[in-house]
Design a protein around this ligand. Sequence first.
Ligand code: AHR
Length: 521
Amino acid sequence: MRGAIFGAVFAAGLAFSAAHANDPIAVNINASEPGPRIDRHIFGQFAEQLGTQIYGGIWVGKNSKIPNTRGIRKDVVAALRELHIPDVRWPGGCYADQYHWRDGVGKTHNARINTSWGDVLDTNAFGTDEYFDFLKQIGAEAYVSVNVGSGTVEEASDWLEYMTADKPTALAKLRARNGHPAPYHVAFMGIGNESWDCGGLMTPTEYTARMRRFARFVNDLDPADKMQKIAVGPGTSDTAWTNAVMDTWKKRHGWSFDINGMSLHSYTVSGGWPPHMASADFGQKDYAAVLKETLKMDGLIQKQSAVMDKYDPDKKIALVVDEWGAWLAPTPGSNPAFLQQQNSLRDAILAALNLDIFARHADRVRMANIAQMVNVLQAMLMTDGPRMVKTPTYYVFKMYVPFQDATLLPVRYDAGTYTAGDLALPRVDVIAAKAKDGRSVVSLVNIDPTRPADFAGTVPGAGASIARGETLTAPAVDSVNSFAAPNTVIPKPISANVANGRLAISLPPKSVTVLTLGRTP
Ligand code: AHR
């Protein structure tokens, strides 16, 4: 099976060749022809008001015994800070199209029923000001989804005024009375969510009519800011919606309106809807099936990008994969509306494969938000009362920090084949980049759960004398980190000398490895 290729065949740069007699792997990384920047926003997150994500997972309230800063959990903030999270999408998801921002500001927040997720009471204790406090604590930017389904242009416009007005308008004064005189920075605004489904079951024509008005009249009022507007895009490989959004954008004129991105939602749901694959206690058959399914992300991006290219060959509009990840069967005994699932080594490998796909499409995919952040779907963290555990997916995001805003380096390799029953998958997956600090960084995913991957390579001209990094693996494909055993799936340091320009390294089965090339002191 041919591996992923970005660019042509290269002579210069970093070259690995396989040392494994039965399964030769050849990797050739071209350091002399850099590709696009891997936007740090592809490492974005999604935190919907859903289940125990906000309430319990992030927000515990100022009077909680769980250590907190102004109501926000200290342990969760400390863990998330290590991921250098670029942005957090909030308040939904489906919930965004039922959310009315005034319920979450001021002295008395109004409780409502969360009809999107289990008909539970949403106290709205966590509102706009708490969201921005959370962002500040973890060092991320804002990505708000405005209510297009049950809200109005006026309501959304008022919300943006509340958040961003730098002059003494009525809503800037309200914000000041609520303790925040300075405007907030809103980096991204989503114009609705899945308007073809939970966002109002609209036709493309209905949506684009609304999109034009929201994009025209809902604005960031801080002239110093350049908020980007993201339209709802497709959720399947069907291209009718994409054509409608892109055609509407193409036909805009003058000061009518503009958008900067279009979303793509794609979950890994193996075996069809509803999600029924177990998130724990599964074997290699399910491991292979889920990873095979997730690799379809590449074809989906290619297909939707090709449509975008017709209208936008200069790639002004970003494809924003603002919901992605594994959607598995709910954890037995949990409220199914809370979308709680375990997170295993398989999720870690799935995350790495998707991040690699986004990086390879970095010229068009300039943002992505994994679903979701805490306690929901493919989460970074899980909490239970005062306890918190970092998931295998968390560690992949941490290991991939050097790829944030790095420059993609073209790579050619023969991935080989990993077969499981009648399923055939690539055996390995590789990306490489030049990090912001100038050092080369490589991710090597060994998908095969039974065979190690041995590499031997040369590093011509780079002056590197050592490759250092971390490998994430575990005893089994379904290994998880539990509250009782939180260190079952954690990265371990790995290094290899680069002697006379040659590098040799052996990577364990079912593993993710990120290496940075450098010099020994
Ligand atoms: O992430 C859970 C839900 O999945 C989101 O609310 C919705 O946008 C999507 O269908």
